[in-house]
Design a binder for this molecule. Structure first.
Ligand code: FE2
Length: 191
């Protein structure tokens, strides 16, 4: 018996500065939908006959739902009310090495977040070169870097900010930076 993916609880984020509880609660419900659909598609892939058009379409859909689930877990997981600046250490050094300085990285990450369109901004660590790379993820499934580990994930779908910020995505990105849980990001990093 294959176990189902379990919805994670992020209610500890309610009260996060710069994020209304209504926005966060709606966002948690949206995430819940990805978990449900990932489980439903996993079940269908086990019961449907491979090679049929139906199976192919379920297969195509699976990565979109699964990434929608996992990217939200990484995103909520790298937010916290216990905000602290990223201190000196291997992650900060790796950022400085890959981007020149912490501020240059921050500017690049924010600027990519302001690109037109919906998606995600992900700071990756390439496992082979150990280099840090920022990638724009279109929707949930385009732009992932094979063999790289996501360290920091930022949601720039409109549902992540529109209710609180309108079209001022730049202000939302500012609040996101204020709430990054660097301890979680450091835990994902391979020193
Ligand atoms: Fe989202």
């Amino acid at each position: 018996m294959i176990e189902e993916y379990v919805k994670q609880d992020y209610s500890h984020l309610l009260g996060l500065s710069g994020f209304s509880d209504v926005l966060l609660t709606d966002h948690f419900s949206l995430y819940d939908g990805y978990v449900k659909n990932t489980n439903a598609l996993s079940e269908l892939l086990r019961s449907e006959e491979p090679g049929t058009p139906k199976y192919s379409e379920i297969e195509r859909r699976f990565g979109w739902e699964w990434n929608g689930m996992r990217l939200h877990e990484l995103y909520f997981g790298n937010l916290s009310k216990e905000h602290k600046e990223l201190g000196a250490g291997p992650l900060r050094e790796a950022i400085e090495q890959s981007f020149g300085s912490f501020d240059a990285w921050k500017l690049a990450f924010s600027s990519i977040g302001l690109m037109r369109g919906i998606g995600w901004v992900v700071l990756y660590q390439d496992v082979s070169s150990h280099r840090l790379i920022i990638s724009w993820i279109n929707e949930h499934d385009g732009g992932h870097l094979a063999g790289a580990v996501p360290l920091l994930v930022m949601d720039v779908f409109e549902h992540a900010y529109l209710r609180d910020y309108g079209f001022k995505r730049v202000d939302y990105i500012g609040s996101f930076f204020e709430n990054i849980y660097w301890k979680a990001v450091e835990a994902r990093f391979i020193a």
